[in-house]
Write a protein that binds this ligand. Sequence first.
Ligand SMILES: [Zn+2]
Length: 289
Amino acid sequence: MNIDELVAIDVHTHAEVSASGEGSLSKELEEASAEYFKVDHGHRKPTLDEIGALYRSLKMAAVVFTVDAESATGTEAVPNEEIAEAARRYPDAIIPFASIDPAKGRAGARQVRRLVEEHGVRGFKFHPNVQAFFPNDRMAYPLYEAIEEAGAISVFHTGQTGIGAGAPGGGGIRLKYSNPMFVDDVAVDFPGMKIILAHPSFPWQDEALSVATHKPQVYIDLSGWSPKYFPPQLVQYANSLLQDKVLFGTDYPLLTPERWLADFDKLPIKDSVRPKILKDNAARLLGLA
Ligand SMILES: [Zn+2]
C-alpha cells in the first residue's frame, strides 16, 4: 500500500454480505438498523468487490471487518478469510480486520494467530452489544492475549447502537455493554494491545475521552455519526489533547465516505489537525507510515 497516494484512511467499514449472499445479522436486526440509519435498502449490503472498487476510486483505504456474534444471534458472520482474500484483490484499498466471537474462547485465540500469520489480518472487531459481553469479561481474555501477542489491534464498538433500534425490546440488544469504561480495564490488563474505541460514545462520550487521554494505546474513531452531530467536547479534544489519536471512520455502508467528508469539512477542526484525523494517525497506528 503506497500511503503517499492515499487521500484518507477509513478505519471503520463493514463487510455485511458474504460471497454466498449471507449477511451476519438476523433479518429483523438488519431491517431495524437500515431504518434507523435511513439507508437505501438497495445499498445496504455492498459486496467486498464493491467496497474495494469504491475506495479505490476515491483513492482511500478502508479497514474492513465483519461482526462474529454467532453464539448470541445464531447467525454466522461473513467469513474473515473472504475479507482477507478481498484485501489481496484490492491491496491499495482494503486493510483486512477480522472478528471472532469472544464466546469461542481458546478456539478463537487459535484463530487469531492463524488469521494474522496466514491471512495478513491487522486487527479484530468487537461489538459488545451484539456479542452480549462486557469487554472486561475474563471470557474474552484468551482472545486479547492472542491479539496482543500477534501485535494486532482491537476495535470496540462503544456507545449507542443502531442495531436493534426500534425493534421490540431493541431486538434483544442491551446498551450497557458498550460503555467505554469497561474497555479501560482491557487497556490496563493488555498494555501492549492497541485499542480503538469506535464512534462518538453517546451517552458515554466523556468516558471515552477520558480513557483515550489516560491510556497511551487507546484511540477513538469518528465513525457511525455524521460529523454535524458530534458533541462539542469531542470536537474540542480532537482539536487539542487527542489530535494524534482521533481517526476518520464512516461505518460504511451505513454512512458513505462522501457524505461523512462533506460534513467533516464544515466542522471547526484546525487545518493542521485535519490531515492527522483523515490519514496520518491511522497510518501510524496501522504501521503503514
Ligand atoms: Zn460499525
